[in-house]
Design a protein around this ligand. Structure first.
Ligand code: MN
Ligand code: MN
Length: 479
């Protein structure tokens, strides 16, 4: 009997042991204070506005540029040596915000955060316009990984640019103003869908069936061959001054029409197209704005990449030497023409590869391993590795670097969790991470969990958005 009493005094109960040793995932809404509630909902309003103004990578660069200038950032071409907050753009589709506080420590690298601003969508083909059954259509080619059947029977807006032979650039946005017309892809009625119903999901709507409806009135109301097609071309020519050949040098994208929305009776989610990865792009930008970077003495960067959704290829993607050119442009700006310095600066940088992850969807639980997958509303995701099968194609972050990130998050009360893109051998995916790691810098993936990723209406939790923002601020503050 006395033996038991003694034992009770010196050892913990199982419950106490659990509290001391176990990592507990926690809902961000659990025990929320009033002040934080306000911050969460305010942050989401700014984010939604950003989404509504930034539906293509070009529009994203313009919005970021406008917001950055309001924060005192100067386009590098216009900047003097005394300007320490710089904005760089590349082909109008990628860019970087740079804060240089210390010219003496450039060899120690930058604290870099990077996200991508391209999103899955439908692009118009080079010769898109055709007439069939006295209606005019435009052909599209999907960009990024989409489920084609999700894009039919919904209003679509057209965004982009047409570059004329002369080099003149015509910006086009049709379908966002409530007065504007929209476009749509039709689907067969259920009454006649017996053949379609036998197909599997990837072919229910075929790639070549992703044609948008654009008109049906023949030129001068006289039905003749191609009179509808020509009437559309004539309308475009009168309004914008371009001809059929000009489509060849255009970038015209179809995206879901309309604004981002609150979702749920309690408005706890943001619903919008293109949150992968504009959520990280916006929050990374805002974290840099709000981190009082100039007081820290550190050198910081927020990069915005294009082309992630098609493998980061092209000269505006992370697989190119964009990051190298960007750091070089900054060094050159301050008169440092030193290749060795460039290499050192890249190698010693620390990079947060900010991209979204998959939250557990209760209807599809079987694709996740719940201990390591992200729960919606349970904070920002820290992802040590991505890839598929045996982590193939992944940049696996070193344990030391993950420890320093975790330390920064814990110091700032960031609610974080781990995440992986599906259970082992379920599928997988990659981010920009390994393209940066090739310069020798430490890189880890970190971002917001989504539901319905890559769909026309992706869902993010407002409390996760908030903790992603806090995580990015903690990175700039403590790394
Ligand atoms: Mn992404
Ligand atoms: Mn993606």
């Amino acid at each position: 009997m006395p033996k038991t009493v003694k034992k009770k005094k010196t050892s913990k109960t199982l419950k106490q042991l659990g509290e001391a040793l176990l990592f507990k995932k926690k809902s961000g809404w659990d025990g929320l204070r009033k002040k934080e509630e306000k911050e969460i909902f305010n942050l989401a309003e700014g984010y939604k506005q950003f989404l509504d103004n930034s539906k293509t990578e070009r529009e994203s660069v313009q919005t970021i540029s406008r917001l950055a200038e309001a924060q005192g950032f100067v386009p590098i071409a216009k900047a003097g040596k005394e300007d320490r907050k710089l904005f760089l753009t590349y082909d109008d589709v990628a860019g970087a915000l740079v804060v240089v506080n210390n010219l003496k420590t450039l060899n120690q690298g930058f604290l870099m955060n990077g996200a991508h601003i391209d999103v899955p969508r439908l692009d118009l083909k080079q010769f898109p316009l055709f007439e069939s059954e006295d209606m005019a259509y435009m052909k599209t080619h999907y960009y990024g990984g989409i489920k084609k059947y999700q894009w039919v029977t919904r209003p679509l807006a057209l965004h982009g640019v047409v570059v004329l032979e002369s080099g003149k650039k015509i910006a086009i946005t049709i379908g966002e103003d409530p007065e504007d017309p929209v476009f749509t892809i039709n689907d067969i009625l259920p009454h006649l869908a017996q053949n379609q119903n036998k197909k599997t999901a990837p072919t229910v709507i075929e790639g070549e069936q992703l044609n948008i409806l654009v008109g049906s009135i023949p030129y001068q109301f006289k039905s003749e061959k191609d009179a509808v097609k020509l009437n559309i071309l004539n309308t475009l020519h009168l309004k914008y001054g371009f001809k059929e050949q000009d489509f060849v040098s255009a970038e015209l994208q179809l995206v879901p029409a309309g604004k981002s929305r609150d979702v749920g009776f309690d408005r706890s989610f943001v619903g919008a197209h293109g949150q992968d990865d504009r959520v990280c792009a916006y929050l990374g930008m805002k974290a840099l704005f709000d981190s009082e970077a100039e007081k820290t003495g550190k050198n910081m960067v927020m990069v915005f990449f294009d082309k992630e959704e098609i493998g980061s290829m092209g000269n505006s993607g992370a697989a190119s030497n964009l990051i190298e050119r960007m750091v070089n442009d900054v060094l050159q700006h301050f008169g440092k023409n030193d290749y060795n310095l460039l290499i050192q600066s890249l190698e010693n940088s620390k990079f947060l590869s900010s991209d979204v992850n998959a939250g557990i969807d209760p209807e599809w639980k079987e694709v996740n391993e719940p201990m390591n997958a992200a729960k919606i509303g349970f904070g920002v995701c820290l992802t040590k590795f991505t890839g598929s099968r045996g982590k193939s194609g992944s940049n696996e972050a070193h344990a030391e670097f993950v420890a320093s990130i975790r330390r920064a998050f814990n110091k700032e009360g960031v609610l974080w969790q781990t995440a992986e893109l599906g259970k082992v051998d379920q599928g997988g995916g990659g981010t920009i991470a390994y393209h940066l790691a090739k310069y020798g810098m430490d890189v880890v993936d970190c971002g917001t969990a989504l539901l319905s990723m890559h769909s026309p209406f992706e869902i993010a939790s407002k409390v996760d958005i908030y903790h992603t923002y806090k995580a990015y601020k903690a990175f700039y503050k403590h790394l």
